[in-house]
Design a protein around this ligand. Structure first.
Ligand SMILES: C[S@@+](CC[C@H](N)C(=O)[O-])C[C@H]1O[C@@H](n2cnc3c(N)ncnc32)[C@H](O)[C@@H]1O
Length: 450
């Protein structure tokens, strides 16, 4: 890979005798990793778990192909190993209110949701509409219960959520130097001013993030760049301008400390983590954790009320009676033609660009409900009245959008399809055939089994 000359000169100066090893690491193949989803019901997975990533739960080196049952059904998520450490630093607890402010495509949001065990509130926001759609798909297949998924600017968001969150992750848009190995074309739009340009945007995002922290809440800032302008200098700026203090982060083998002398000399910057690819088996990353020392009581917000009509609630109750088992009804929200379950702690959604107010349960048709793919993704097999074990070939037909035959003794009605115990979606059994309800926008041609 051809690195820009001024990039090399900059890091030669900053890294001194470590520079040759740093430079050499750009010739190494990028590391791959994946996580197994702790939110899903037990199943036998065809994935290689022989190389666990040290210090992380459910995380392994390697890659799982996208067009496999494990991936489609949300049992696994591919993610670069260094990036997985960010959620570990966030350390969200079940029951907390957590914001992932720059969330797409959803690597960290899905990991945070797994750690929260579907208890509490996860708000995942992405400013870019196209990327927000991918975020929705990833959170949906991961089986996250009642996430609020937004497509907002940080400035607009901070008005809706003043002093609201226990934890806020800002996984900032950055110059991406740490990902050059994975994404070599990023070297072509790098220039010596690029880190400073990114830093301006990072400060704008953080200014809003700080407003949304509860007194005592924690702000986690991460980038995938080596640039001090976007790393230590941003944290130094935060410490100088806001009621925040550093939280020391324990370092595992291969992790480096933040560099005070790359910013204003504040010794507390050492509490941050730097990951250099020549010292750690992963790409370049920077992670810092700050705690709010503010004492002001946040202003009260108006909560979102359930808005499903009596008739809609009844239809849902009938649907659960006919098709589900031990599935709590919860708070219901009608949003366009969909019925959602949602977290009643969320603020009134009026005026916000909402991608998903919670978990989609089903589409309201004339006097009936068509269950959604999102519902299938949060169900455990024992919560469905009818399940059908399907073969790999039937799974291929299902994700391609085809109707397929089943034996004529299969019970009629909405059926949760299982491939090797993994719920993959709903089908409707009618006279020995399974009608396909796999979402049109997600259909794909899977490979033949070798
Ligand atoms: C590093 S990526 C996030 C990766 C994500 N956290 C994950 O783990 O999958 C940064 C994201 O910030 C978004 N972004 C860009 N400008 C932004 C802004 N002004 N405010 C908030 N987010 C922004 C980008 O669209 C991008 O999706």
């Amino acid at each position: 890979m051809e690195l820009p000359t001024s990039f090399k000169a900059k890091y030669q100066k900053l890294l001194g005798d470590q520079f040759p090893a740093f430079l050499q690491s750009f010739a190494d193949a990028p590391q791959h990793g994946f996580r197994i989803n702790p939110l899903k019901s037990p199943a036998t997975l065809s994935v290689d778990t022989s190389r666990p990533i040290p210090g992380l739960d459910h995380a392994y080196y390697g890659k799982v192909a996208g067009k496999t049952p494990e991936h489609q059904s949300g049992y696994v998520y591919n993610q670069e190993p260094s990036a997985m450490l960010v959620a570990k630093v966030v350390n969200p607890q079940p029951g907390e209110r957590v914001l992932d402010l720059c969330a797409a495509p959803g690597g960290k949001s899905t990991q945070l949701a797994g750690m929260m065990q579907n208890q509490g509130l996860l708000v995942a926001n992405e400013i870019n509409r196209g990327r927000a759609k991918i975020l929705v798909e990833n959170l949906e297949r991961f089986g996250v219960l009642n996430p609020l998924i937004l497509n907002e600017t940080p400035a607009h968001l901070s008005k809706a959520f003043p002093g609201y969150f226990d934890k806020i992750l800002v996984d900032a848009p950055c110059s991406g130097e740490g990902m050059f190995r994975k994404n070599p074309e990023a070297t072509t739009y790098w220039n010596p001013n690029y880190p400073m340009e990114c830093a301006v945007r990072q400060r704008e995002i953080l200014m809003e993030a700080v407003k949304m922290l509860k007194p005592g809440g924690q702000l986690i800032y991460s980038t995938c760049t080596f640039a001090p302008e976007e790393d230590e200098q941003i944290i130094a700026w935060l410490l100088e301008n806001y009621p925040l203090q550093m939280v020391p982060l324990p370092k595992q083998k291969g992790m480096s400390s933040g560099q005070p002398n790359w910013a204003d000399g504040n010794e507390n910057l050492q509490d941050a983590i730097r990951l250099f690819p020549h010292l750690f088996a992963g790409d370049g990353h920077f992670i810092a954790k700050l705690q709010s020392t503010a004492t002001t009581t946040p202003s009260k917000i108006k909560k979102q009320a359930a808005n499903a009509t009596g008739a809609e609630r009844k239809e849902w109750q009938q649907f659960t009676k006919d098709n589900l088992l031990n599935f709590p009804v919860g708070s219901l929200l009608r949003f366009k033609e969909q019925l959602y379950s949602f977290n009643p702690a969320i603020p009134n959604l009026k005026g916000l660009r909402v991608m998903r107010p919670g978990t989609p349960l089903g589409t309201l048709r004339k006097k009936r409900i068509e269950p959604s793919y999102g519902l299938a993704m949060i169900l455990r097999p024992e919560q469905a009245q009818r399940t059908l074990a399907i073969s790999y070939e039937q799974w291929q037909q299902y994700v391609h959008g085809d109707t397929f035959a089943t034996n004529s003794t299969a019970a009629k009605g909405w059926t949760l399809l299982l491939y090797q115990q993994m719920p993959v979606g709903f089908g409707k059994v009618v006279n020995g055939t399974v009608k396909n309800f796999f979402p049109k926008g997600l259909r794909f041609q899977a490979e033949r089994k070798g």
